[in-house]
Design a protein. Structure first.
Length: 320
C-alpha cells in the first residue's frame, strides 16, 4: 500500500468577529479533525450537506486555506504550512477543478493560454511543445485543435468543464481535487464529463478527491467514500461497504434521500426514508455526543470505519 499523501487531524476554524471592537467572539469549526490518506489511481468521494466542510478540506489540501491544526504529509514531507506547500513539486502534483473551473480564468485568454499556463509555470517546454501538448490534452477530453484559439465563453458548460479537467491533468498530477465538478451541468452532460475523468484515470493513474453533495454521482465515481457532517467524518469506507452496510444514522439518512428514478421503487423508497427520518429523530443521541459533535471514527473492518462511541457488533442483515 503506497500512500503518497496523508492528511492528519486536519482542522480549519474560521474566526467569527462581532461587536464594536470587531473582536473574535467565536469560531466556525469548518473542519474539525479529519484524517485521510491517498493512494495512486483511486477516487475518494467526499459527500455531505452544504456547509459540512467539504470545500474547506479541498482548499486546505491545495494550500488556499491555512490549517488551524494538523499536518499534510506529501511523499514523506511535511507540507502543512502554505510556504512549503507552495513548493512547486507539490503544486504541480496536486491540482484542483472547481464547479466552473474556466470561470476562474481571465475571460480574455484563449484556450491555448489557459491550457499552457501550468506548463509555463512548472516546465521548460518550448511553445511548439506547449501547443502539441495542448492539442493532445484537448483530444483526451474529446475536443479538437480548433478549440485552441477560442475563448472560454464560446464553449458550453460541459465543454468548459472538460477543458478544466484537461488543464488540471496537463502535467500528470498525482491528485486532482474536483469540487462539485459537474454540479452545474445538465444530467446528460454530467455523465460525459465523468466518463472523461474516469478514462483519464485509467490511462494516467491520477487520483481524485471527488467532492459532491450528490450521492448518486459519488457512488458512480468513487472507490472510497467519506461522509461528512459538521466538519467531521461520520463514516469512511469502500464504496461497497458504505452503500451496502451504512452504520451511522446520518449516512443512512443521506442515502435514503437519493431520489429513486425507478417508479416501481419510489413507494418503497419513500417508506424507507420515513423510517430513517424517524430513527434519526429518536436515536441521534447515540451517534452524536452531548454537544452534537460526531465521535471519532472506529474501525469496523479493514474497509469500513464509523463514528460511534463504541465499536458496533456486526449483525445479520447489516445494520446495528
Ligand atoms: N472564509 C470563511 N469564513 C468563515 N466561515 C467560512 C469561510 N468559508 C467557509 N466557511 C464556513 O465553513 C463551513 C464549511 O464550509 P464549506 O467548506 O464551504 O462547506 P461545503 O463545501 O461542504 O458546502 C460553513 O459553515 C461555511 O459557512
Ligand atoms: Mg462546497
Amino acid at each position: 500500500m503506497s500512500e503518497f499523501l496523508t492528511i492528519e487531524n486536519l482542522k480549519v476554524h474560521y474566526p467569527i468577529r462581532s461587536g464594536f471592537f470587531n473582536r473574535i467572539t467565536d469560531h466556525v469549526y469548518a473542519v474539525d479533525g479529519v484524517n485521510l490518506s491517498f493512494e495512486s489511481g483511486k477516487t475518494y468521494g467526499l459527500v455531505g450537506e452544504s456547509g459540512s466542510g467539504k470545500s474547506t478540506i479541498g482548499k486546505a489540501i491545495i494550500g488556499l486555506e491555512k490549517l488551524t491544526e494538523g499536518r499534510i504529509i506529501y511523499e514523506g514531507q511535511d507540507v502543512s504550512n502554505s510556504a512549503t506547500s507552495r513548493r512547486s513539486e507539490y503544486r504541480r502534483n496536486v491540482q484542483m477543478i472547481f464547479q466552473d473551473s474556466l470561470s476562474s480564468f481571465n475571460p480574455k485568454k484563449r484556450i491555448i493560454d489557459i491550457l499552457a499556463e501550468p506548463m509555463r509555470n512548472f516546465s521548460n517546454m518550448t511553445s511548439d511543445e506547449e501547443k502539441r501538448k495542448s492539442i493532445e490534452l484537448l483530444e483526451i477530453v474529446g475536443l479538437t485543435e480548433e478549440a485552441l484559439h477560442k475563448y472560454p465563453h464560446e464553449f458550453s458548460g460541459g465543454q468548459r468543464q472538460r477543458i478544466g479537467v484537461a488543464r488540471a491533468v496537463a502535467l500528470n498530477p498525482k491528485l486532482v481535487i474536483a469540487d462539485e465538478p459537474v454540479s452545474a451541468l445538465d444530467l446528460s452532460v454530467q455523465a460525459q464529463v465523468l466518463n472523461f475523468m474516469q478514462r483519464i484515470q485509467d490511462e494516467f493513474g491520477v487520483s481524485y478527491l471527488f467532492i459532491s453533495h450528490d450521492l448518486g454521482v459519488v457512488k458512480h465515481m468513487s472507490d472510497e467514500i467519506a461522509i461528512m457532517y459538521h466538519g467531521r467524518f461520520t463514516e469512511y469506507g469502500t464504496n461497497q461497504e458504505i452503500y451496502s452496510n451504512p452504520l451511522h444514522i446520518y449516512t443512512r439518512r443521506l442515502l435514503s434521500a437519493i431520489p429513486q428514478v425507478d417508479p416501481n421503487n419510489r413507494e418503497q423508497n419513500k417508506i424507507n426514508r420515513l423510517r430513517v427520518e424517524k430513527e434519526y429523530r429518536e436515536e441521534a443521541s447515540q451517534y452524536f455526543d452531548g454537544e452534537g459533535k460526531v465521535y471519532d471514527l472506529q474501525k469496523v473492518n479493514e474497509d469500513h470505519y464509523v463514528a460511534l462511541k463504541d465499536i458496533p457488533t456486526p449483525v445479520e442483515g447489516g445494520i446495528r
